[in-house]
Design a protein around this ligand. Structure first.
Ligand SMILES: [Zn+2]
Length: 131
C-alpha cells in the first residue's frame, strides 16, 4: 500500500470538491493492484439526490480506466469521516477486504485505519468471486 501517495492524493483532491450546499468537502484516493492511484471528490447538485461521493468518483474513474482490483482507499474530510453506507456497498462490489485510511484534512494526518469488511459486514452480494 502506497500510504503516503494515497494520503497526498486524497488531501489534494479534497480541495477540489464541489460542495456548495453542504460545505463538506471530501477527497478520496484509491490504489489499484498495479500501483496506480485514482482520485475523486464529492460533486453536489442542486437536486440533492444527484450528488455523488468522492469514493464512488474515484472507483468509477479507476474502473473506466480498466481497473477492478484495489489494495486500499484513503478518504479525506474535515475531522476525518468514514465512508457513507452507499460507498461501503459500492466498494464492496470490488473488494472483500480493503484497507480504508481515514484522513483528517485539517491536520493532514491519518486518524484511523480500518477495513471495508469491518465497515460493512454482510454486504449485499449477487456475484460470487471476481466480477
Ligand atoms: Zn459516500
Amino acid at each position: 500500500m502506497n500510504r503516503d501517495g494515497l494520503l497526498a492524493a486524497a488531501l489534494a483532491t479534497q480541495e477540489r470538491a464541489y460542495a456548495p450546499y453542504s460545505q463538506f468537502q471530501v477527497g478520496a484516493a484509491v490504489e489499484t493492484e498495479t500501483g496506480e492511484i485514482f482520485t475523486g471528490c464529492n460533486v453536489e447538485n442542486a437536486s440533492y439526490g444527484l450528488t455523488i461521493c468522492a469514493e464512488r468518483v474515484a472507483v468509477c474513474l479507476a474502473v473506466a480506466a480498466g481497473h477492478r482490483h484495489f489494495v486500499a482507499i484513503a478518504v479525506a474530510t474535515a475531522g476525518g469521516a468514514s465512508p457513507c453506507g452507499a460507498c461501503r456497498q459500492f466498494l464492496a462490489e470490488f473488494a472483500d477486504r480493503l484497507p480504508v485510511l481515514i484522513v483528517n484534512a485539517e491536520t493532514g494526518n491519518i486518524v484511523a485505519e480500518t477495513d471495508l469488511a469491518d465497515l460493512l459486514p454482510g454486504r449485499f452480494q449477487l456475484l460470487d468471486g471476481d466480477a
